[in-house]
Design a protein around this ligand. Structure first.
Ligand code: SF4
Ligand code: SF4
Length: 70
């Protein structure tokens, strides 16, 4: 399975980095961009590497990340 898009709602994100840590494919990475609360939110490093396992969605405590399947 491949991802069409990974949406990160930066202002819901608290910058915990859990999604980056749980992703088995290193699809996500920390960014140096901050949201409106001055928290560093993640970004997509390599969309094609995503296998749509949805661990990032499951573990995100703030429902800030959504993976759309192709
Ligand atoms: S769905 Fe799985 S592979 Fe894709 S970004 Fe989330 S944790 Fe990584
Ligand atoms: S797990 Fe959710 S709240 Fe934590 S960094 Fe990722 S998107 Fe942000």
């Amino acid at each position: 399975m491949k991802a069409l898009e990974i949406k990160i709602d930066k202002n819901l994100c608290k910058g915990c980095g859990i999604c980056v840590d749980v992703c088995p494919k290193n699809t996500l990475e920390s960014s140096n961009e901050v949201n409106e609360y001055a928290l560093f939110y993640p970004r997509v490093r390599d969309l094609d590497s995503c296998i749509v396992c949805r661990l990032c969605e499951l573990y995100c405590p703030d429902f800030a990340i959504e993976v759309k399947e192709k």
